[in-house]
Design a protein around this ligand. Structure first.
Ligand code: ADP
Ligand code: MG
Ligand code: MG
Length: 245
């Protein structure tokens, strides 16, 4: 079975159906892009996967086994890491403290600062980062904060990593660096779910593309066989020439 499978996911907020019978799979070493217009349900689907929301219908399988997440911590324990659109690091805490909050190495009942620093350098090396473990996260650029969040997820043994519109706040150089990191993680066997509505980058990095529209899955396409026109048409449900006459 694929590392991750979601089947028949249904989610409503009150009377508003936001996800209707959505399926998604992602294998180890795959980059699976999820495309859709604003409001298509991309973030909600990922919040279902990461235990933020409980779906009314459907199931999630990891390595073919059904799992249920009542809380984000349970998804984390199952190996799911999510980089939300709104980053969640504590700005006045150091990189080391943010990565290891609640699981700091200790000695004689107090945090072992030297060991914490070593562990943090080790985790940062896995994402090719030379950020100082002792710097406050609020002093980092958004791109650096994303890298810290990715490092944190990996340190928690994430095998499935979700990135929700990560390039939205990045410039092109920062985006290129992130793509390089994502590609390296793919080669290490991480399953990557990559949410974006930027078509060009999706075709560059993804193996497959799932298109959502109004909470429904319109298609899942191999990126190599898809083209921008097709994906945009599926996203908006209209002919692209309506937009680019
Ligand atoms: P996307 O990430 O594709 O832009 P979202 O998953 O954020 O879309 O939202 C899908 C739909 O669900 C939108 O219409 C949004 O307004 C609605 N929605 C998302 N979260 C909530 C919520 N907590 N309560 C009510 N409606 C929500
Ligand atoms: Mg949105
Ligand atoms: Mg979103």
């Amino acid at each position: 079975p694929p590392l991750l499978e979601m089947r028949g996911i249904g989610k409503a907020f009150g009377p508003v159906v936001v996800l209707d019978d959505v399926a998604l799979s992602c294998g180890a070493g795959e980059i699976h892009a999820i495309c859709g217009e604003n409001g298509a349900g991309k973030s909600t689907l990922m919040k279902v996967l990461s235990g933020v929301y409980t779906p009314e219908r459907g199931e999630i399988l990891i390595d073919g086994e059904a799992v249920r997440f009542a809380h984000p911590a349970e998804a984390r324990e199952a190996g799911i890491g999510i980089i939300h659109q709104e980053l969640s690091l504590l700005p006045y805490r150091s990189v080391a403290e943010n990565i290891f909050v609640g699981r700091e190495p200790s000695r004689g009942g107090v945090i072992d600062r030297a060991a914490l620093r070593v562990r943090t350098l080790d985790v940062l090396a896995r994402v090719g980062s030379s950020i100082d473990p002792d710097v406050e996260c609020g002093r980092l650029s958004i791109a650096e904060q994303q890298v810290v969040e990715i490092a944190k997820a990996l340190s928690l043994n994430a095998r499935i990593l979700v990135l929700d519109e990560p390039t939205a706040p990045l410039d092109s150089v920062e985006s290129a660096k992130l793509f390089k990191l994502i590609d390296e993680l793919r080669r290490k066997g991480v399953a990557l779910l990559y949410i974006s509505h930027r078509m060009a980058e999706v075709f560059d990095i993804a193996d497959r593309i799932t298109v959502l529209k109004d909470g429904r899955r319109m298609a899942v396409l191999p990126a190599a066989e898809a083209d921008v026109d097709t994906v945009v048409r599926l996203m908006v449900g209209r002919d692209v020439s309506d937009f680019y006459p």
